[in-house]
Design a protein around this ligand. Sequence first.
Ligand SMILES: [Zn+2]
Length: 198
Amino acid sequence: MAYKKTEHFDDEVTDALKNNYDQIISLLGEDNKREGLLKTPERIAKAMQFLTQGYQQDAHAILNSAKFKEEISEMIVVKDIELFSMCEHHMVPFFGKAHIAYIPNGWITGLSKLGRVVDVFSRRLQVQERLTTEILAAIKDTLNPLGVAVVIEAKHLCMMMRGVQKQNSVTTTSAFDGEFMKNPTRSEFLKLISSNLH
Ligand SMILES: [Zn+2]
Protein backbone atom coordinates (compact mmCIF):
# COMPACT_ATOMS: atom_id res chain seq x y z
CA MET A 1 0.00 0.00 0.00
CA ALA A 2 1.70 3.18 -1.17
CA TYR A 3 -0.47 5.64 0.67
CA LYS A 4 -2.57 5.27 3.75
CA LYS A 5 -4.06 7.92 5.91
CA THR A 6 -4.74 6.92 9.49
CA GLU A 7 -6.51 8.62 12.33
CA HIS A 8 -5.28 8.48 15.89
CA PHE A 9 -7.40 9.11 18.96
CA ASP A 10 -6.46 9.26 22.60
CA ASP A 11 -8.26 6.25 24.12
CA GLU A 12 -8.67 7.83 27.54
CA VAL A 13 -10.17 11.01 26.11
CA THR A 14 -12.39 9.02 23.73
CA ASP A 15 -13.71 6.89 26.60
CA ALA A 16 -14.45 9.83 28.86
CA LEU A 17 -16.17 11.74 26.06
CA LYS A 18 -18.15 8.64 25.11
CA ASN A 19 -19.54 8.26 28.64
CA ASN A 20 -20.48 11.91 28.78
CA TYR A 21 -22.24 11.84 25.41
CA ASP A 22 -24.09 8.69 26.42
CA GLN A 23 -25.48 10.62 29.38
CA ILE A 24 -26.24 13.69 27.27
CA ILE A 25 -28.28 11.57 24.84
CA SER A 26 -30.43 10.17 27.63
CA LEU A 27 -30.76 13.56 29.36
CA LEU A 28 -32.13 14.91 26.08
CA GLY A 29 -34.93 12.37 26.30
CA GLU A 30 -33.66 9.67 23.97
CA ASP A 31 -33.31 5.97 24.64
CA ASN A 32 -29.54 5.54 24.61
CA LYS A 33 -29.97 1.77 24.30
CA ARG A 34 -31.81 2.09 20.98
CA GLU A 35 -29.97 0.26 18.23
CA GLY A 36 -29.32 3.25 16.01
CA LEU A 37 -27.75 5.11 18.92
CA LEU A 38 -25.52 2.39 20.37
CA LYS A 39 -22.36 3.59 18.67
CA THR A 40 -23.32 7.24 18.57
CA PRO A 41 -21.49 8.35 21.77
CA GLU A 42 -18.24 6.93 20.42
CA ARG A 43 -18.79 8.48 17.00
CA ILE A 44 -19.43 11.91 18.54
CA ALA A 45 -16.41 11.48 20.81
CA LYS A 46 -14.21 10.95 17.74
CA ALA A 47 -15.92 13.59 15.62
CA MET A 48 -15.47 16.21 18.35
CA GLN A 49 -11.79 15.38 18.68
CA PHE A 50 -11.44 15.79 14.92
CA LEU A 51 -13.32 19.09 14.96
CA THR A 52 -11.13 20.47 17.74
CA GLN A 53 -7.78 19.05 16.54
CA GLY A 54 -6.50 22.61 16.15
CA TYR A 55 -5.60 22.66 19.87
CA GLN A 56 -2.91 20.08 19.09
CA GLN A 57 -1.47 22.01 16.15
CA ASP A 58 0.92 24.92 15.86
CA ALA A 59 0.33 27.46 13.10
CA HIS A 60 3.77 29.00 13.52
CA ALA A 61 5.45 25.61 13.02
CA ILE A 62 3.36 24.97 9.89
CA LEU A 63 4.27 28.31 8.32
CA ASN A 64 7.93 27.99 9.29
CA SER A 65 8.10 24.49 7.77
CA ALA A 66 7.65 25.96 4.29
CA LYS A 67 9.29 29.35 4.41
CA PHE A 68 11.23 30.38 1.33
CA LYS A 69 13.46 33.37 0.64
CA GLU A 70 12.00 35.21 -2.33
CA GLU A 71 12.34 38.78 -3.58
CA ILE A 72 8.70 39.40 -4.38
CA SER A 73 6.94 42.50 -3.25
CA GLU A 74 3.63 41.96 -5.01
CA MET A 75 0.46 41.11 -3.16
CA ILE A 76 -0.21 37.36 -2.82
CA VAL A 77 -3.89 36.54 -2.49
CA VAL A 78 -5.51 33.20 -1.69
CA LYS A 79 -9.24 33.46 -1.72
CA ASP A 80 -12.22 31.19 -1.06
CA ILE A 81 -10.45 29.00 1.50
CA GLU A 82 -13.20 26.80 2.92
CA LEU A 83 -13.53 26.86 6.65
CA PHE A 84 -15.56 24.94 9.20
CA SER A 85 -15.52 25.97 12.82
CA MET A 86 -17.68 25.84 15.92
CA CYS A 87 -19.04 28.80 17.80
CA GLU A 88 -17.81 28.73 21.37
CA HIS A 89 -21.12 29.96 22.76
CA HIS A 90 -23.32 27.13 21.49
CA MET A 91 -20.86 24.57 20.09
CA VAL A 92 -22.75 24.67 16.83
CA PRO A 93 -20.94 25.00 13.49
CA PHE A 94 -20.22 28.13 11.58
CA PHE A 95 -18.78 27.80 8.10
CA GLY A 96 -17.77 29.87 5.14
CA LYS A 97 -14.74 31.19 3.36
CA ALA A 98 -11.53 32.93 4.28
CA HIS A 99 -9.61 35.25 1.99
CA ILE A 100 -5.99 35.97 2.83
CA ALA A 101 -3.43 38.33 1.33
CA TYR A 102 0.07 39.34 2.25
CA ILE A 103 2.86 41.38 0.75
CA PRO A 104 6.18 39.55 1.30
CA ASN A 105 9.19 41.17 2.82
CA GLY A 106 11.81 38.65 1.69
CA TRP A 107 9.90 35.52 2.74
CA ILE A 108 7.01 33.61 1.25
CA THR A 109 5.27 30.45 2.43
CA GLY A 110 3.75 27.51 0.55
CA LEU A 111 0.26 28.46 -0.62
CA SER A 112 -1.28 25.34 0.91
CA LYS A 113 0.10 26.39 4.30
CA LEU A 114 -2.29 29.33 4.41
CA GLY A 115 -5.19 26.88 4.15
CA ARG A 116 -3.69 24.79 6.92
CA VAL A 117 -3.38 27.83 9.17
CA VAL A 118 -7.08 28.51 8.63
CA ASP A 119 -7.76 24.90 9.74
CA VAL A 120 -5.54 25.14 12.82
CA PHE A 121 -7.53 28.06 14.20
CA SER A 122 -10.98 27.08 12.91
CA ARG A 123 -10.83 23.55 14.35
CA ARG A 124 -11.32 24.87 17.84
CA LEU A 125 -14.15 26.52 19.72
CA GLN A 126 -14.16 29.97 18.23
CA VAL A 127 -15.75 33.31 17.61
CA GLN A 128 -15.36 34.54 14.04
CA GLU A 129 -13.73 37.79 15.14
CA ARG A 130 -10.92 36.05 17.04
CA LEU A 131 -10.45 33.47 14.28
CA THR A 132 -9.79 36.34 11.87
CA THR A 133 -7.18 38.05 14.06
CA GLU A 134 -5.44 34.79 15.04
CA ILE A 135 -4.87 33.90 11.38
CA LEU A 136 -3.51 37.38 10.72
CA ALA A 137 -1.19 37.29 13.74
CA ALA A 138 0.31 33.89 12.83
CA ILE A 139 1.19 35.12 9.31
CA LYS A 140 2.52 38.41 10.62
CA ASP A 141 4.69 36.75 13.29
CA THR A 142 6.27 34.12 11.04
CA LEU A 143 6.70 35.87 7.67
CA ASN A 144 7.12 39.44 8.88
CA PRO A 145 5.42 40.70 5.68
CA LEU A 146 4.92 44.31 4.63
CA GLY A 147 1.22 43.77 5.15
CA VAL A 148 -1.40 41.09 5.86
CA ALA A 149 -5.15 41.04 5.30
CA VAL A 150 -7.74 38.46 6.33
CA VAL A 151 -11.44 38.55 5.48
CA ILE A 152 -13.85 35.84 6.62
CA GLU A 153 -17.44 35.42 5.46
CA ALA A 154 -19.43 32.83 7.40
CA LYS A 155 -22.89 31.54 8.19
CA HIS A 156 -23.58 30.63 11.78
CA LEU A 157 -25.90 27.71 12.42
CA CYS A 158 -26.59 29.02 15.92
CA MET A 159 -28.22 32.02 14.24
CA MET A 160 -29.95 29.98 11.54
CA MET A 161 -31.35 27.08 13.59
CA ARG A 162 -32.06 28.76 16.91
CA GLY A 163 -32.30 32.23 18.43
CA VAL A 164 -33.15 34.80 15.78
CA GLN A 165 -33.45 32.14 13.01
CA LYS A 166 -32.02 34.32 10.28
CA GLN A 167 -31.47 31.88 7.44
CA ASN A 168 -29.50 33.92 4.99
CA SER A 169 -27.40 36.31 6.99
CA VAL A 170 -23.66 36.20 6.38
CA THR A 171 -21.24 37.63 8.92
CA THR A 172 -18.14 39.30 7.53
CA THR A 173 -15.09 40.03 9.65
CA SER A 174 -11.79 41.49 8.59
CA ALA A 175 -8.36 42.28 9.96
CA PHE A 176 -5.67 44.38 8.27
CA ASP A 177 -2.09 45.14 9.08
CA GLY A 178 0.82 47.09 7.61
CA GLU A 179 0.33 48.16 3.97
CA PHE A 180 -3.29 47.05 4.12
CA MET A 181 -3.99 49.88 6.55
CA LYS A 182 -3.60 52.14 3.50
CA ASN A 183 -6.65 52.64 1.38
CA PRO A 184 -5.29 51.86 -2.14
CA THR A 185 -3.78 48.51 -1.07
CA ARG A 186 -6.84 47.53 0.90
CA SER A 187 -9.13 48.47 -2.02
CA GLU A 188 -7.05 46.41 -4.44
CA PHE A 189 -7.34 43.39 -2.14
CA LEU A 190 -11.08 43.81 -1.65
CA LYS A 191 -11.53 44.15 -5.42
CA LEU A 192 -9.53 40.96 -6.02
CA ILE A 193 -11.53 38.89 -3.56
CA SER A 194 -14.88 40.12 -4.83
CA SER A 195 -14.15 39.38 -8.50
CA ASN A 196 -15.28 36.03 -9.85
CA LEU A 197 -12.27 34.86 -11.80
CA HIS A 198 -12.48 31.10 -11.51
ZN1 LIG B 1 -23.35 30.62 18.67
